[in-house]
Design a protein around this ligand. Structure first.
Ligand code: COA
Length: 373
């Protein structure tokens, strides 16, 4: 079978960031104002008081300490509590395109490729900025790439599904240099007035370049030993935002057009799904989980990642074996596991086996087994 290489990765990190304390202060100021404004209804039992959030809870329950964001002031403004992004004209690059180009530039430089050598662009992410034209086609044009581009959404697992598509395209000959980008402005779909989830997400974008080994300019990076994907329907992570919202009668609430999850159920149900997927995939490749040098896991919850690694390894993982970026980045959806891979390649030696694995809404999960070149 044709050998496929992942020859470059890139990362765009928004310059602004919000600490747990800053986020909690804004949430609690909003909750106090909300409770004061609705004191009578709350007293009469017609409305529930908004409970207060806490930084200690957030860090203990998730491992998150801060998040990078595209706009801080809008999120922390208690009369707004959502990012404030300039409406771009049709002639300007969309925000997702701009982030994608920044990450792509780095990944292409590592791969020793120029934008004009790319002949397939896959934008794989959870939240697309518009219906069409595809963001990928916009990225393709701005890179000066040839071939084709398309957008795809498999929620937090999107990057790994994008890698599978890239590998398929390279093997079947429909492309020779594929760019997979994962632009995520997760703060745009987050309900910053929901105590259970207001701390979960951050913004970022990652990029990966994949090529056939015989074509790769730089024989470096990783060989893709295999990809496995799995999906299993669940309503436990859901977002009902969509183009039919204005047509829906009666109209949905604002809350129902933002991210909602049953975090505890997700935790319980996704851990065995992911452990099974990675375990089976490694088994098919004849690789013992204990001989995997590094797991770049989806970055949603530290306790969840530790449990996944522990079930695979039979012991607690070290930071070196399962690096963490969610403390600084929070959950950046499809970008998370790729950020971990991009930032934590130190100490790897030739032939080391690593696993890139992402999971989330759907449920969806993807595992990519890589060998260091
Ligand atoms: N501040 C203080 N207390 C809070 C709080 C906050 N921000 N949010 C919730 N709580 C309270 C709850 O009301 C609950 O109180 P109770 O025990 O009195 O009912 C208690 O803390 C525990 O809440 P729970 O939601 O059960 O916490 P948890 O330990 O499950 O942690 C998540 C919540 C979201 C961090 C965790 O479930 C998670 O990360 N799950 C996996 C999510 C995931 O991977 N999603 C896929 C990616 S999209």
């Amino acid at each position: 079978m044709t050998k496929i290489l992942l020859t470059g990765t890139g990362l765009f990190t928004p310059p602004e960031s919000i600490s747990n304390d800053e986020l909690v202060a804004a949430f609690n100021a909003w909750a106090d104002a909300h409770n004061a404004a609705n004191a009578q209804a709350i007293q009469a039992g017609e409305l529930e008081a908004a409970p207060l959030s806490s930084s200690e809870f957030i860090e203990k329950a998730s491992g998150i300490k801060s998040r990078h964001v595209m706009n801080k002031s809008g999120v922390l403004d208690i009369t707004r509590m959502r990012p404030e992004l300039p409406t771009r004209s049709n002639e300007e690059p969309s925000q997702l395109c701009e982030m994608a180009l920044a990450a792509a530039e780095q990944a292409l430089a590592v791969a020793g490729r120029s934008g004009s050598e790319v002949d397939a662009v896959i934008v794989a992410c959870s939240n697309l900025q518009r219906a069409y034209p595809a963001i990928a086609v916009e990225v393709q044009q701005r890179l000066g790439a040839s071939g084709f581009g398309y957008d795809m959404n498999v929620a937090c697992a999107s990057a790994t599904f994008g890698v599978q598509n890239a590998v398929d395209a390279l093997r079947n000959g429909s492309a020779s240099c594929v760019l997979v980008v994962n632009p995520e402005i997760c703060t745009g779909h987050l309900n910053f007035r929901d105590r259970d989830s207001h701390f979960i997400f951050g913004d970022a974008c990652t990029a990966m370049v994949l090529e056939r080994a015989e074509d790769a300019k730089n024989q470096q990076g990783f060989e893709v030993l295999g990809c496995r994907l799995a999906t299993q329907f669940s309503n436990n992570i859901r977002n009902n935002f969509g183009f039919l919202n204005p047509a829906e009668t009666p109209p949905r609430s604002d809350r129902d057009r933002l991210f909602i999850q049953e975090g505890r159920k997700v935790f319980k149900e996704v851990v065995p799904l992911v452990v099974g997927l990675i375990g089976q995939h490694l088994g098919e490749l004849g690789i013992e989980p204990q001989s995997v040098r590094r797991f770049w896991l989806h970055q949603a919850n530290l306790n969840m990642n530790n449990l996944i690694s522990k079930r695979l390894l039979g012991r607690e993982p070290s930071f070196d074996e399962a690096p963490v970026v969610l403390d600084e980045y929070a959950n950046t959806s499809s970008a998370g596991s790729v950020i971990a891979m991009h930032l934590h390649q130190d100490g790897l030696e030739r032939d080391d086996v690593c696993v890139l694995c992402a999971f989330g809404a759907g449920y969806s999960a993807g595992a990519v087994v890589l060998k260091k070149l």
